[in-house]
Design a protein around this ligand. Structure first.
Ligand code: PLP
Length: 434
């Protein structure tokens, strides 16, 4: 059959990202998806599953949006690509930059485009360091990030990633990165003092940590962080790659905390995955100061920075997010999700804790009670059998299932997702008691 042929070709030729290489070569893919509609994905055999992760936290407007396809087709036919280096420009990139400036918090007004989150992070670190070079303080090169953070897989972004297994994956990293506890502003102050404030370029944080297991910062955390950065003259960067564009119930995650960073990295939800796109928004003050200080050529830019088709798709995607009030829906359905998690926890003692913000949620297991190893992958397998895909985070002693369904999810669909989850948790719990 066609499916069997595809599976064989996949095993042989498709080197999968973030996978077990050995298992992939031996078993091939579990799903070969062919279609999507709203929160659902369909595979080649017609199996329907709930996309409980918005694929990679990114399909915010849900699958199967024909108007995004139409916009892409129109732009491709008119002008698929042209350069935005130096003095070249194009209308979709200009309009998208202006739109992001309009919706981003405070004076975050100048947008540098990339093709994804890792590139956005490397851009932020390089331009933060460049800023200090042209400001005459070239010794300010260190980037401080948080434990349990994830910032991507380019060399810079890997080096900033607090989750140690990602850093240990290779044996050498970029210099001048250091880490602090993810929940304690005092830890940042202590680290700055220890390293010497005059050696620090920037501090970076996700407003809600995603890949590390959905860790929500305490209420006053970012206010204190902002004031510590100001006190020592350190740039404050937020990584909104997951939390941006409605995911947490506000357009940007940092809005929950009432502070404005100097730079903000974005990707994923900016285009809901309909085209590869990311970027960094700079504060007006920083952008203008760079303009005054940096007299040579900015030796940083990607071929696809400001890609006309990707930018046109993103503009329409943001239009959908605003028109359908998807941030508000994320807030409401996020409350339903967390309430549902609480009920499942109350009925199932293998769950240690639940947490979330908007449509980012996590359930954490008492893994040490199981002689069979972590529980999250087992619940994940049960859920997949019942028509729900989500993600297990088994890192640094954690045993967690994380969820981030599309922001279009309805109340009924949320109940369907929770129902499958409850049945899956129960099945694993029963298997342990035997
Ligand atoms: N930053 C955060 C917070 C992320 O969650 C991710 C990806 O999951 C990235 C950066 C990297 O983005 P990309 O995979 O588009 O390079």
């Amino acid at each position: 059959t066609a499916a069997a042929e595809l599976k064989e070709l996949d095993k042989k030729h498709f080197f999968h990202p973030t996978s077990s290489i050995k298992q992939q070569q031996q078993s091939g893919p579990a799903f070969i998806f062919t279609e999507g509609k709203g929160i659902y994905l369909y595979d080649e055999s017609g199996t329907k599953v709930i996309d409980g992760m918005s694929s990679l936290w990114n399909v915010n407007v849900g699958h199967g949006r024909e108007e995004l396809g139409e916009v892409a087709k129109e732009q491709m036919a008119k002008l698929a690509f042209s350069s935005s280096f130096a003095s070249f420009s194009n209308e979709p990139a200009i309009r998208l930059a202006a739109k992001i400036a309009e919706i981003a918090p405070g004076d975050l007004n100048a947008v540098f485009f990339t093709s994804g989150g890792s590139e956005s992070n490397d851009t932020a670190y390089k331009l933060a360091r460049h800023y200090w070079v042209v400001k005459g303080q070239p010794q300010r090169q260190k980037i401080i990030s948080r434990s349990k953070s994830y910032h991507g897989v380019n060399v810079g972004a890997t080096s900033a990633t607090g989750l140690k297994p990602f850093r240990d994956f290779t044996n050498s990293l970029a210099p001048d990165f250091c880490y602090v506890d993810h929940m304690s502003p005092d830890a940042l102050r202590a680290r700055i003092e220890q390293e010497g404030p005059e050696t620090i370029a920037a501090f970076i944080a996700e407003p809600v940590q995603g890949a590390g297991g959905v860790h929500v910062a305490p209420e006053n955390y970012f206010k204190e962080i902002r004031s510590i950065c100001d006190e020592y003259g350190i740039l404050f960067i937020t990584d909104e790659v997951i939390t941006g564009f409605g995911r947490t119930g506000k357009l940007f995650g940092i809005e929950h905390y009432g502070v404005v960073p100097d730079m903000m990295c974005f990707a994923k939800g900016v285009s809901s995955g309909y085209a590869p796109l990311g970027g960094v928004v700079f504060s007006q003050a920083l952008y203008e100061e760079l303009g005054e200080l940096s007299t040579g050529t900015l030796l940083h830019g990607y071929t696809y920075s400001g890609h006309p088709m990707a930018c046109a798709v993103a503009l329409k995607n943001i239009d959908i997010i605003e028109r359908e009030k998807l941030a508000d829906n994320a807030e409401k359905r996020g409350v339903d999700m967390l309430n549902g998690f609480e009920e499942i926890k109350a009925a199932n003692p293998i769950i240690r804790a639940v947490r979330g913000l908007g449509l980012m949620g996590a359930i954490e297991f008492h893994s040490q009670e199981s002689a069979d190893g972590p529980l999250a992958p087992r619940v994940l397998a049960e859920a997949a059998k019942r028509g729900l895909i989500c993600r297990a985070v088994v890192l640094e002693g954690q045993d967690i299932l994380v969820f981030s369904p599309p922001l279009v999810i309805t109340n009924n669909e949320m109940q369907e997702m929770l129902h499958i989850l409850q049945a899956s948790v129960y099945a694993v719990e029963q298997s342990l008691q035997k």
